[in-house]
Design a protein around this ligand. Structure first.
Ligand code: GAL
Length: 715
């Protein structure tokens, strides 16, 4: 008996040892490997996103060897779950694991990744619970399953660890660590199988680039998507919206697209998806009136169908067991459902020139969404459907616009893995300004875009600070659906708000080029500092003290830099928040210059700045080349020709390509695009000179270049 017990103990410890089940990696694309454990499910985030890897661009990234250490990764089926284990080295840092709002480095955290409204803690419940982590050692791991994936990122300690933490006596050793060292990421997937992808790279940025290129390359928005957008109060009529657009024009504030909130419909929450003929008697004429002013229309929707909708009866048989706000929940995975939506949306919206959607409430807040036990006609259950619903709606609508050869750019509250190429930006109702900026940083690791939308503020100072960061994000948006706020609502700062909105318009060539890099090279347009070369920052680790008032098990975490980020290759954005007059900025190695003055500010150092209220602090890397246009009130149209002012900062020689195309269609995929070369070189006297080679192409919309040497001027 005792013998038997002993044997079963041996068996248990043997079968629990994941290292006994090495993953078998097969090359999937250049620098990317795939392993399979068990039988993966048919519906996964990557299948829903229908990713089309950019193989040529992946090859162009250069050689990336298999990360040798990852040979020790393991996976097996146990307890009706997939268990995965990936090794970690000492000092290794991890990033990603969903859209987090409070932390950038994720080693030492536990997450149960699920689509949800962000509720204030980085526990995995978030709008884009992308199960992808990036290591600063130059690799990334993606688990592709539409399930609640639980990740122990450097938490679990196995008794057979090759690099175990040492046992310490808390009575006598003050640096006893409440969170002992762990040498692995352990992941459980509640499914009968899963796919796992491994992305290599020479640094963390290259890993992210591979991920984005594998997912089809980042989205290239239409040019108008990069202008300014105002969302109007929910019950505004057509005339009130046109008046609003006129007010922008008269007051000199830029506007490229306008968002209509639920009240454009005859019935909302749940939705009819048809126009309210009281507020919008002639929707076609209304959309055209805005288009004639070079302003696009974006419509708010959520997917839940009202009995007042023309598609209600036809779609009813293809809906889930539960309702949301008494609306039926269509099974979006079914072609028949997609066809019914398409028919109605085409007739009501796309057909009259609507340019995009805001897809709301696909994320969560458990109290109104369907429970896990919901069943859908395709056979999917509530858990899986929730993980993919927002992604599926993005994909479906993206296809409709693509079929019209028209680019769109809109908003979504839910996303997941594989979304890099989808033309949607995530937003939410949470409103902590600092955390909004951390989300911007984190969006860069997981192939999604985020906007720190401005809605309202307690003070003019807060308003200006929020509007400043909005203008340095993927979508410059004021969401006035509830408050009716305008950019000029606080007269004390109205001019400063205008200035930063116009600065965004001036930067359009730089922004568009930055998105072209996202599309063709996979480089995220907004980047956490941790993706920047030469960025090193090690702050004091905190440890658990013997204390009954503070958490005595507080972990040793390195301090994050979560309040500054890169926009494109050259601009470092270091926002201030209401109540602050000074802040620290961590500058990567190399010389950095003030964007506004061209003056040198530091090199690989931490500087303290007190910039005043009027401007958002911006710094430019040595050699930075920033192409700008005159400040326009609307984004340029496809036949406009504009002069460029190209700024150069610092003393370094440099050369960049400036991308352009028609800014509206997908013709660039067939080669209808052009690139200029902008170069700065020293002449024989050591003086910097700028040259530009502009392509003779109808797809290039800039006709002359004025060089401005910002740093030379500053001397
Ligand atoms: C919320 C959304 C807001 C606004 C509102 C309209 O869910 O986050 O931005 O659209 O719905 O009812």
């Amino acid at each position: 008996m005792r013998y038997c017990f002993f044997l079963s103990l041996i068996f248990v410890s043997y079968s629990l040892s994941a290292q006994e089940n090495p993953l078998s990696w097969k090359k999937e694309a250049p620098g990317i490997w795939k392993a399979v454990v068990g039988v993966p499910e048919n519906v996964t985030p990557l299948s829903v996103a229908d990713i089309q890897p950019k193989i040529q661009a992946l090859s162009k990234l250069g050689h990336a060897a298999f990360p040798g250490n990852l040979r020790q990764s393991a996976g097996e089926l146990f307890d009706k779950k997939v268990l995965l284990r990936f090794p970690l080295e000492r000092e290794e840092q991890l990033f990603g694991l969903g859209l987090n709002f409070k932390s950038v480095q994720q080693r030492g955290t536990i997450k149960e990744l699920q689509v949800d409204h962000y509720g204030g803690s980085d526990n995995g419940r978030t709008h884009a619970p992308v199960a992808f982590y990036v290591s600063n050692r130059g690799y990334g791991v993606l688990v592709n399953a539409a399930r609640r994936i639980k990740v122990y990122a450097g938490i679990a300690v196995r008794k057979d660890s090759k690099d175990p933490p040492s046992e310490m006596n808390r009575n006598t050793q003050p640096d006893w660590d409440p969170q002992p060292y762990s040498d692995a990421v352990e992941i459980t997937v509640p499914a009968a199988g899963t796919e796992v992808y491994l992305f290599a790279g020479n640094n963390a940025l290259e890993v992210v680039q591979r991920y984005n290129l594998f997912c089809g390359g980042g989205v290239l928005p239409p040019k108008w998507g990069l202008g300014f957008t105002q969302r109007t109060p929910t019950l505004f009529s057509d005339q009130q919206i046109v008046d609003e657009a006129n007010d922008f024009e008269q007051n000199g504030y830029p506007l490229s697209f306008i968002g209509l909130e639920p009240g454009w419909q005859s019935y909302s929450y749940p939705n009819s998806f048809v126009w309210d003929r009281g507020r919008f008697p002639e929707p076609g004429k209304f959309v055209k009136k805005l288009l004639d002013k070079n302003i696009r229309t974006n419509l708010w929707i959520n997917p839940y169908v009202s009995s007042h909708s023309p598609i209600y009866k036809d779609i009813l048989p293809y809906t889930g067991t539960h309702t949301v706000w008494a609306g039926i929940v269509p099974d979006l995975t079914l072609p028949v459902v997609q066809a019914l939506y398409k028919n109605l949306f085409q007739q009501q919206h796309l057909g009259i020139g609507v340019a995009g959607y805001k897809i709301d409430e696909t994320d969560g807040y458990d109290v109104w969404l369907w429970p896990d036990g919901a069943k859908f006609p395709s056979g999917l259950g509530g858990e899986q459907m929730r993980q993919i619903y927002g992604l599926q709606f993005q994909k479906m609508t993206e296809r409709w616009f693509r079929e019209k050869n028209q680019r769109t750019y809109g908003l979504t509250r839910a996303s997941n893995s594989g979304a890099s190429s989808l033309p949607y930006v995530i937003y939410n109702d949470y409103y902590n300004h600092r955390d909004f900026i951390t989300a911007l940083c984190n969006s860069s690791f997981i192939g999604i875009l985020w906007t720190p939308e401005a809605r309202s503020s307690r003070t003019s100072e807060e308003w200006l600070r929020r509007m400043q960061t909005v203008c340095f994000s993927p979508m410059a948006m004021l969401n006035a659906w509830a408050d009716g706020t305008k950019p000029w609502t606080f007269p004390e700062v109205a001019e400063e708000v205008k200035e930063v909105m116009l600065l965004r318009m001036q930067l359009l060539p730089y922004l568009y080029n930055t998105f072209a890099q996202y599309h063709f090279e996979g480089k995220p347009p907004v980047r956490a500092m941790n993706l920047e070369e030469g960025f090193f920052y090690k702050a004091e680790a905190r440890r658990g003290n013997l204390s009954s008032s503070d958490n005595p098990y507080e972990m040793a975490i390195q301090q994050d830099i979560r309040d500054q980020y890169m926009l494109g290759d050259y601009i470092l954005v270091a926002p201030l928040f209401a109540g602050e007059t000074t802040r620290k900025v961590v500058l990567p190695e190399g010389n950095w210059y003030d964007f506004y003055t061209g003056q040198l500010v530091g090199n690989g150092s931490v500087i303290e700045i007190s910039p005043g209220l009027s401007k958002i602090p911006l710094f430019v890397k040595d050699g930075g080349i920033i192409p700008m246009i005159p400040a326009l009130l609307h984004t340029p149209q496809k036949n406009d020709l504009l002069p460029l002012t190209v700024r150069h900062y610092g003393a370094a020689e440099n050369s960049v390509q400036l991308y352009d195309d028609d800014g509206e269609t997908f013709n660039y995929e067939k080669g209808d695009c052009a690139r200029a070369t902008l170069s700065v070189k020293k002449d024989k006297n050591g003086v910097l000179k700028g040259t530009s080679v502009l392509p003779k192409s109808k797809f290039f919309h800039y006709n002359k270049v004025d060089w401005v040497f910002m740093t030379r001027q500053a001397l």
